[in-house]
Design a protein around this ligand. Structure first.
Ligand code: UGA
Length: 435
């Protein structure tokens, strides 16, 4: 058992704090937001992640094991051995990441650690471009704590591979654990923290330095984003030839070197990670005077998919003055997150065509309403379809995939599917984006 502190209570911070408590560690989660801190201390999860509510109830609050606590006070880190930094790294206008939030936290953490005599290890969990830990975060920690990294202070980097919606599962059953450290003692501390997880999950452990650990995260997300863009590119070619890209994908997936995951072609990738991380590593590469041709192309293909969806619609109908149902607003099923959702360019394209939009999503309406307050939102897909001449499928929620007779309510049943959610059948004009 190790005493841990986790700075930041976003979806990564809260998830890892609760999971580490479940693995037997004593964990304190530090966040500036009093409401989040109060929620955790009441035994309530401040965000929705499958399985998180149960873990927070099990380990925090009056009936918990007491292994999980939250506070706004950085001094709590002094009673711990290892601190994880889980802070956001937002995107600048040029695509590069903004380190200011994590730098401020490092400064505050370092200032707090100045009062500690014993060794302490700080682990960067946030996604940061190669060199950020070594060149930016470590010097701030050293200056603020008046300690030298490798002598009185350990610094490590441990990238996360958690998907939104399955973060608890992804943490507790990882494909790999990457431990990046520039000194042996920090590495040993990280091993101690992860040993219970590694024993339980049998996950392979990759030991490396902090720069390589940082790069592994970008390589992982860049590869997956590019894999989807490649199947989208191939899918677009299939569509031109009247071939079903999903039949092609099923066949190539049988090649072990390709594998079956992330081969669902369609309207493309969104969310807070793939778009931001591909932009950040491309910007970082350019700063090194390297042109990241493949990752540039992956982004270009992704940017084009919503236009292809709209142009398939244009082939059937001029939507000016007509009502168009947009089915699904979240960037993927299982979340209310609309960041970089493909629904955004789809709605913009419909607006540019003078269409009247009727939008539906089981959970993301409130968020999309903030982004597009002027469009109509309805409570059921049936309501959207009964008003519409065309339906565009943007997110493959099960509820949307289950629609069938409801399409008969449309004035002209034209369905353009960006996610292969709907079954082609007689009585509707059906266009699949890549099939
Ligand atoms: C992604 C990675 O999968 C995680 O490993 C990583 O930790 C996370 O980013 C992060 O960096 O924090 P996430 O953004 O939650 O996770 O979502 P994914 O499930 O990977 O989906 C991303 C997008 O790709 C979604 O818009 C999804 O619809 C799309 N997608 C996914 C496809 O279009 N086709 C596919 O075959 C798979």
């Amino acid at each position: 058992m190790t005493e841990l502190s986790v700075i930041g209570s976003g979806y990564v911070g809260t998830t890892i704090a609760a999971c580490f408590a479940d693995l037997g560690h004593e964990v304190v989660n530090v966040d500036v937001d009093q409401a989040i801190v109060d929620a955790i201390n009441d035994g309530t999860a401040p965000i929705h992640e499958d399985g998180l509510a149960e873990l927070v109830t099990d380990h925090a609050g009056a009936n918990g094991t007491g292994r999980l606590e939250a506070t706004t006070d950085y001094a709590a880190v002094l009673d711990t051995d290892v601190t994880f930094l889980c802070l956001p790294t937002p995107q600048n206008d040029d695509g590069s990441i903004d380190l200011s939030i994590i730098e401020t936290a490092a400064d505050q953490l370092g200032t707090t650690l100045a009062a500690k005599d014993a060794w302490h290890t700080v682990v960067v969990k946030s996604t940061v471009v190669p060199g950020s830990t070594e060149d930016a975060i470590t010097p701030i920690l050293e200056a603020a704590s008046n300690k030298t990294a490798g002598e009185e202070l350990g610094v490590g980097m441990n990238p996360e591979f958690l998907r939104e919606g399955t973060a608890v599962h992804d943490f507790l059953d990882p494909d790999k654990v990457v431990l990046g450290a520039d000194d042996e003692r920090a590495l040993a501390d990280m091993h101690e923290v992860f040993d219970p997880l590694v024993e339980r999950s049998d996950a392979p452990v990759v030991e490396t330095d902090t720069r390589t650990a940082e790069m592994i995260k970008y390589a992982n997300n860049g590869f997956l984003a590019a894999k989807i863009s490649l199947i989208n590119d191939i899918g677009n070619i299939c569509k031109e030839f009247g071939i079903d890209a999903y039949e092609v994908a099923d066949a190539i997936a049988l090649d072990d070197r390709i594998g079956e995951q992330f081969l669902r072609s369609g309207v493309g990738w969104g969310g807070s990670c793939f778009p931001k991380d591909t932009a950040a590593i491309r910007a970082a590469a350019r700063q090194q005077d390297y042109e990241p041709a493949m990752l540039d192309a992956a982004t270009r293909v992704n940017d084009r998919q919503p236009d292809r969806l709209l142009s398939l619609m244009d082939d059937h109908v001029d939507v000016a003055g007509k009502q168009v149902a947009v089915l699904g607003l979240a960037f993927k099923p299982g979340t209310d997150d609309i960041r970089n959702s493909r629904a955004i360019p789809v709605i913009e394209g419909l607006q540019a065509r003078g269409a009247e939009i009727v939008a539906y999503d089981p959970v993301a309406v409130e968020n999309m309403h903030e982004r597009f307050p002027g469009i109509e939102y309805v409570h059921t897909p049936t309501e959207a379809l009964s008003k519409a001449a065309v339906a565009l499928v943007v997110t493959d929620w099960e509820e949307i995939a289950a629609l069938d007779n409801e399409f008969d309510l449309m004035s002209t049943p034209i369905v353009v599917d960006g996610r292969r959610a709907i079954d082609r059948r007689d009585g509707i004009v059906y266009e699949g984006l890549t099939w």
